[in-house]
Every structure is written in structure tokens, then in C-alpha cells.
Design a protein around this ligand. Structure first.
Ligand code: DHB
Ligand code: FE
Length: 288
């Protein structure tokens, strides 16, 4: 049976892709950000997940404003990224797991989530940068991925309540997968940031910490916010917290926080990493 070991949620910032490509991990501006990953690397090395199921939002690479699914699930044998206009060097393709993808899709549609299914999908910095951060310098990728796209870009967006429910349905689908697989769930984006408009540069540390705290044991508390309230509190792009809420939903066991790091700012963003353990998954060793 497949088990969900836990989740790692983190910001996805194109500038970090540049920093990786230029080996700037020890640069004073980037060092506090990269150092925040060390406990997560240790946890991944100890627990060795086989697959990462990734809740992310596309920023116009595969879905533009003319066609925007609310939820889309990748079912491709591999996922390439491409230059999205940030001048990012592309990373090596990410291997997929179409069999698990289709199992998740069947589960979601069975629970009345009408998802778009993608047998070809390019993934942008919201998937490529987090994978590169978690499994750096690997000539052969040690992980397969199932990307799940949540629309956080073109209104109307799915509610936080719906995203939590989506994650829970994904968690149930994974739990019913008959193969022995260890799964880590990723949520990418956030935390508070606004890239344009009058509030460009907006950051709300107090609200970010409230979100990090609630995500551990009480994610439903975050579903009391409307999307307008989330945009007001977290910024236009801070609404990417919806991906974190979906990822948290997939953890159906007893959840505890093993690691958190928060650093202001990287680019225009309050960057954060949160590692949550899903305790029903069996005996896991702690990060530290
Ligand atoms: C930045 C953050 C994002 O979430 C994103 O998608 C693009 C850019 C930034 O902080 O620069
Ligand atoms: Fe983003």
C-alpha cells in the first residue's frame, strides 16, 4: 500500500532558480534561504520517498488566461520545463508516474472533482524550482512526480475549503493505491507576496505565521477566509497559500511539524519552508 510520509511546502521563486544555476547558495543574500533546507534534506535522505505529489499553480506556461482549468492533474511519463520569460535555464525533465496519476484521477473523479487530465504537461518554476531545491545536484532524479495544478491566477479561484477537500481526496486516493510506494506531498508558492500593482512588495509576517501555525493541526481554520480576504491579507500572489492548504489536506494521519524556516524577503516574497510529518505512516525518523 502507498503511504504518505509527510509534506514539504515552500515558496517557488524564479530568482532561486537563477541562484541555483549560478551556484549562489553561499552568497549572503541567499544563504539564509538555502540553509533552511538542510533539515529537510536530512529527512528526505532518511525517509527516501519514491514519488512527490506536487500541488502548484501554473503561471502561464501550460495554461494561459484563455484556457484555465480550476484543477488539472498530470498523467505524463515526464514533465519538461521551458523558459517562461524569466530567463531561467531549464532543468532536466522530471520523470512521471502515469499509473499513480491515473489512480489519483480515478479517485478524484469518483469523489466528484471534475479535473482536467494532462497526458502532456510542461511545468514551470512552481514545480521545477522546488524539486531542484529538495533533490539538488542529482544526475539521475531520485524521485517521480505527479503535478496537480490549482488555479491561483485567473479569477474565480477555487475556495480554500475546496482546495482542502481536494487534498483530502488526493490523500484518500493515495492511501488506496495498492503498490508499496512512499509518497511525499509538496505544496508550492506563497507565503505573502504581491508582485505588481500599488501594493507590490506587500508582506504580512503576522498572517504568514498564523497560516504556518494553523496548517499543522487545524487547516480547516484557514478555510474560513474568502479568497478576497486571503488576497487582502497575503497579497495578490500570496493566494498561492491555496496550494499549501491542498497539500496539507492530503495528510490524513496525525500531523506534526518537524521543521519550519521563514525568511524575508527573497525577491518580493516572504519565503517559507514547512516540513510536516504524517504520523500514521509508520516509524519515521525525525528531522534535526
Ligand atoms: C516571485 C514569486 C512567485 O510566486 C512567482 O510565481 C514569481 C516571482 C518573486 O518573488 O519574484
Ligand atoms: Fe508564484
Amino acid at each position: 500500500m502507498a503511504t504518505i510520509l509527510g509534506s514539504v511546502s515552500m515558496s517557488h521563486i524564479p530568482m532561486i532558480g537563477m541562484a541555483i544555476n549560478r551556484s549562489l547558495q553561499q552568497d549572503p543574500y541567499f544563504k539564509p534561504f538555502f540553509d533552511g533546507f538542510a533539515p529537510v534534506h536530512r529527512w528526505l535522505a532518511q525517509n527516501r520517498p519514491d514519488v512527490a505529489v506536487i500541488f502548484y499553480n501554473d503561471h502561464g506556461l501550460s495554461f494561459f488566461l484563455d484556457k484555465m482549468p480550476t484543477f488539472a492533474v498530470g498523467a505524463a511519463p515526464e514533465y519538461c520545463n521551458a523558459d517562461e520569460g524569466w530567463g531561467l535555464k531549464t532543468f532536466a525533465p522530471l520523470p512521471g508516474d502515469p499509473e499513480l496519476s491515473w489512480h489519483i484521477i480515478e479517485g478524484l473523479v469518483g469523489e466528484e472533482f471534475d479535473v482536467t487530465t494532462c497526458q502532456e504537461l510542461q511545468v514551470d518554476h512552481a514545480t521545477a524550482v522546488p524539486v531542484e531545491l529538495l533533490w539538488p545536484n542529482q544526475p539521475v532524479r531520485p524521485i517521480k512526480v505527479v503535478p496537480i495544478m490549482v488555479n491561483t491566477v485567473q479569477h474565480p479561484l477555487p475556495s480554500a475549503r475546496r482546495c482542502l477537500a481536494l487534498g483530502q481526496a488526493v490523500g484518500r486516493a493515495i492511501a488506496s493505491y495498492p503498490r508499496d510506494l512512499k509518497v511525499v506531498v509538496l505544496g508550492t508558492g506563497g507565503l505573502s507576496h504581491q508582485l505588481d500593482g500599488e501594493r507590490a512588495g506587500f508582506i504580512n509576517k503576522e498572517f504568514d505565521f498564523l497560516c504556518l501555525d494553523k496548517l499543522i493541526k487545524d487547516p480547516a481554520a484557514l478555510t474560513t477566509y474568502s479568497n478576497v480576504e486571503l488576497v487582502r491579507l497575503a497579497g495578490t500572489q500570496g493566494i498561492e497559500i491555496l496550494n499549501w492548504i491542498a497539500a496539507r489536506g492530503a495528510l490524513l494521519g496525525d500531523v506534526s511539524e518537524l521543521h519550519r524556516s521563514y525568511h524575508i524577503p527573497i525577491s518580493n516574497t516572504a519565503s517559507a519552508i514547512q516540513l510536516l510529518e504524517n504520523r500514521s505512516a509508520g516509524t519515521l525518523r525525525r528531522a534535526g
